[in-house]
Design a protein around this ligand. Sequence first.
Ligand code: PLP
Length: 405
Amino acid sequence: MFQANSDYLKLPGSYLFSTIAKKTAAYQKEHPDAKLIRMGIGDVTQPLPPAVIKALHKAVDEMGAAETFRGYAPDLGYEFLRHAIAKNDYRARGCDIADDEVFVSDGAKSDSGNIQEIFERDNIIAVCDPVYPVYVDSNVMAGRTGTYDEAATRWSNVVYMPCTEENGFAPDFPDRVPDVIYICSPNNPTGEALKKTQLQSWVDYANKNHAVIIFDSAYEAYISEDDVPHSVYECDGARTCAIEIKSFSKNAGFTGLRLGATIVPKDLKDHNGQALYPLWARRHGTKYNGAPYIVQRAGEAVYSDEGRKEVRAMVGRYMDNAAFIKSSLKEMGYTVYGGVNSPYIWLKTPDAMTSWEFFDYLLDRANVIGTPGSGFGPSGEHFFRLTSFGTKEASAQAMERIRSL
Ligand code: PLP
C-alpha cells in the first residue's frame, strides 16, 4: 500500500530534473569558465508576442480604473476566452465543442495533474512509456497504485505502453484494459505525433472499452503535417470518450504568464455511467479561483489577427531550429526522431551508451545539456531528448561542438 510521505520520493519524475540540475551545478562549479548550452528543459526563450503585451497593458489599465476594475474571475473562465478557444481551436476545425465545455486554468501542468481527481481511486491508468512524468506521479500521489514492483520501480495499477522504434513511437493497445488512457500528441519526450487514423483507433478502443482518454495537446501548434490531428475531437466519437488539455505555453510563450484550458464534453461518462462534466466543474470551482483577468485577456489576444501572425512566426523560428538540429545530427550519423511536428528531437545514443552515460559525455565533452531518455521511462533508455527552444545561435554552436567530438 502506498505511504503518502515516503513513497513520493520513489516517483521517477522528481528524480530526473533534480539529478540533471545537481550534475550540471557540480560540473559548472568544477569548470567555472565552461559555457554551457542548455537544450534540456522544455521552456521557451522568445519574448511574448507584441499583441499579447498590448492586451496585457490594456487590461492592467482597466484594473486600475474604478469603472473597469475586476475582482475574482469566474472560476470556470471569462466567457470571452472560453468563446475564443471553442470557436478558434475547435469549431473552426469542425470539432463540436461548446463555449461552456471549455474550463480555463493556469496551465496544462495543473490540469494534467488534477484531472485524475474525478476518477475512482481503484481505476487503472495507462500511460505511454516514455512519459511526461506528471501523468504517473499525480495518480500515484492520489493513491492509484496497487502493488509496488521494486525491481521495475513501478506500481501495478499504472500500465505502461512502450513507444519504441519498432512501433514508430505509437503505443499498442495494452494487455490489460485501462479505465483512463493518457495520450500526448505531439509527444513529449519523443517528439513524434499520432496520425489521424492512429488516434481514431484509440478513440474507437476507448468507446468500446468504456475508457476515458486524457489527450494532452500542449504541442499542437507545432504540427506541420496534414494527417496529424490538432485535437482529439477531430476523431469521430471523441465526445463520448475524451478530455483534452490545452496550454498557451508552447505556442504563445506563456510559460511565465500561465494559462491553459481543459475541455470536458457534456456527453462524456466514466465506465459507471457517471457524467464527468459536472464533476470537473465542481472540482475546478471548489479548488481553483480562476486565472487572472489580465492573463485571460492576453490569451484572447493570441486569437487576434495580429496575435496569430506573431505566434506563427514564433513557432516557425523554433521549428526552423528543430529542422536544423535534426538535419545536423543526421549528417553526423545519429539516428534521430521527432522535430517535424514538435520542438523535441529524440536521438538514439551512439555506441549503445546508456542515456545517462551520453548525458555525462555531452556535458563533459561538448558542454551541452540534454535530457536522458531513461528518465521518462524504461523505453526511453538509449535515447536522449534535445529541445529546439534555444536561440538559433546557441543551437548552431551546440551542433558545432557535437560535430567536433
Ligand atoms: N503537458 C506536456 C506534455 C508538457 O510537456 C508540458 C510542459 O512542458 C505541460 C503539459 C505543461 O504545460 P503548462 O506550461 O501549460 O503547464
